[in-house]
Write a protein that binds this ligand. Structure first.
Ligand SMILES: [Zn+2]
Length: 493
């Protein structure tokens, strides 16, 4: 039996996004718990598709004693403020310093966190923890599929284990893998490590593991992970981050170095050999609207338009209106859109009451250049308090707290509005306000890929739309300054 301290701090930083993550953002709950310390963190993450939840259950069932420290996350955004990072880091280290004798520390990290004053914030956190626990206590972290893994992170951790799926339906499972790795290989960790970054950025929408090329590549990675290799991971990276480590990486751990090196290089060759298949595949706004207008859609099988550039799961704010306006202007029938972040309109809808008719200036609150609110008269069809539980494979078990919500209708369009921003990746976000997404003719979702976990089975067709928004789909259009020479800004043809 080992004594293992457990902590988590997750942030995916889009350094090009407009709004930073403050301490208040980490303290607030969204689909996931707000900042929680001590034993309460066990209850906070229980039953949710989160790595910490999987780690805790598995480590306990393997008979280990767990010491809870702190868990927090904030929605993807621009940099984590210095205040937020230093406060969370200080709390974590203070709790760790008084945790008593430990055999290991487990951290539930995202791996693409950038603070105002520290580019590699995950590497910094791992280094601070390592400094405190010394070289003999094991340090293992789980990472998101969108981690921008650095040499510093690899240097200070005994093992890093990342998700294998996007949509991330295996977050709990990744925590289980981290616990099993610690349990089975406590003594073997540290014998051989491998880390390499790959030389091109992968657009977010090309990273989906339900479709090619990553579907096959991830299967390949799974096959290569066999004795004496303890763990072999590929992270495609989070491309909207102007940091030297931005992009895909391969890393692994083994009892012997040579087979690990062979397997990692074979996997790298697979990715590089398919580079052109990772090219961006999106549709311009005008074409998407024409498609939506003319599509023959049978009832129960909506056409999905993914408004990827305003995905709040990647630094957007779920409040751009260009796509909505264009669909309204073109009189596209049977549109259901969501989830728009606009606390003011949600409050007005609640004040007006169900069934009322209200004049609203919807969306465009975050100030993205060129975006203006959708001014219209709306019927308030349904209201909600924003508290419900995630039912889809990605947000499974998540106890949502999105504040006052409303289902609004104008013309042929219904729009779901929330007071807190959250990626539209779970049908429960619509059902909460009494609308069944499968019954829409055209479903507009503020999401890039995660929506596929719950919505792809409903869809007659999925179209990734390039409408205005801060989360640029074309990575070569991002104004990078910190990438190392030779890194390609998009896949080579
Ligand atoms: Zn991710």
């Amino acid at each position: 039996m080992s004594r293992i301290a457990v902590a988590g701090c997750q942030h995916e930083t889009n350094t090009f996004a407009p709004l930073k993550a403050t301490l208040a953002d980490f303290e607030a709950s969204d689909a996931w718990p707000g900042l929680t310390e001590g034993a309460a963190m066990f209850d906070a993450v229980r039953g949710i598709n989160l790595p910490a939840a999987g780690f805790i259950d598995e480590a306990r069932s393997l008979g280990h004693e767990l010491v809870p420290l702190i868990w927090c996350s904030a929605q993807p955004s621009a940099h984590v403020t210095r205040d937020a990072f230093e406060t969370i880091s200080a709390r974590l280290l203070a709790l760790l310093a008084t945790a008593g004798s430990l055999d290991a520390v487990y951290l539930d990290l995202h791996g693409a966190m950038v603070a105002e004053h520290i580019e590699d914030a995950d590497g910094e956190l791992l280094e601070r923890v390592r400094h405190l626990i010394g070289p003999d206590v094991r340090l293992v972290a789980s990472l998101d599929f969108h981690a921008n893994v650095s040499a510093r992170m690899v240097a200070h951790a005994d093992a890093l284990v990342s998700f294998r799926s996007y949509p991330h339906v295996d977050m709990t499972e990744t925590g289980v893998r981290a616990a099993a790795l610690l349990h089975d290989s406590l003594r073997d960790l540290g014998r051989a490590k491998w880390y390499q970054s790959l030389p091109f950025l992968m657009p977010l929408t090309s990273q989906c593991t339900l479709i090619e090329p990553l579907h096959s590549v991830m299967e390949h990675a799974r096959r290569l992970e066999r004795d004496p290799i303890l763990s072999l991971c590929l992270t495609p990276g989070f491309p909207a981050a102007d940091v030297p480590e931005c992009g895909p990486a391969i890393f692994g751990y083994a009892r012997e170095r040579a087979p690990l090196e062979r397997a990692a290089l074979e996997l790298a060759e697979d990715v590089l050999g398919r580079e052109s298949e990772f090219a961006l595949s999106t549709v311009a706004l005008d074409s998407a609207v024409r498609l939506a207008r003319d599509a023959e859609v049978s009832r129960g099988r909506p056409l999905i338009l993914a408004d990827t550039q305003d995905n709040p799961g990647a630094g957007g704010n779920a409040d751009t209106t260009s796509l909505l306006k264009a669909l309204l202007t073109a009189n596209v029938e049977g549109v259901l859109a969501g989830v728009i972040w606009d606390p003011d309109s949600a409050a007005r809808a609640h004040a007006a009451g169900q069934g009322a008719s209200v004049e609203l200036q919807l969306g465009a609150r975050s100030g993205f250049p060129g975006e203006t609110p959708l001014k219209a008269r709306f019927t308030v069809e349904q209201l909600g308090d924003g508290r419900f539980v995630g039912t889809g494979p990605f947000y499974l078990g998540g106890r949502f707290e999105l504040g006052p919500m409303a289902l609004l209708r104008t013309g042929q369009m219904r729009i779901v509005v929330a007071s807190r921003k959250q990626q539209a990746a779970d049908a429960a976000m619509f059902r909460h306000v009494g609308v069944e997404p499968s019954q829409a003719r055209v479903l507009v979702l503020k999401s890039s890929v995660h929506f596929r976990a719950d919505f792809a089975p409903l869809a007659s067709r999925i179209v990734l739309v390039e409408a205005p928004g801060p989360n640029l789909a074309d990575t070569s259009r991002l104004p990078f300054t910190r990438l190392p020479p030779g890194k390609r800004l998009k896949p080579r043809n």
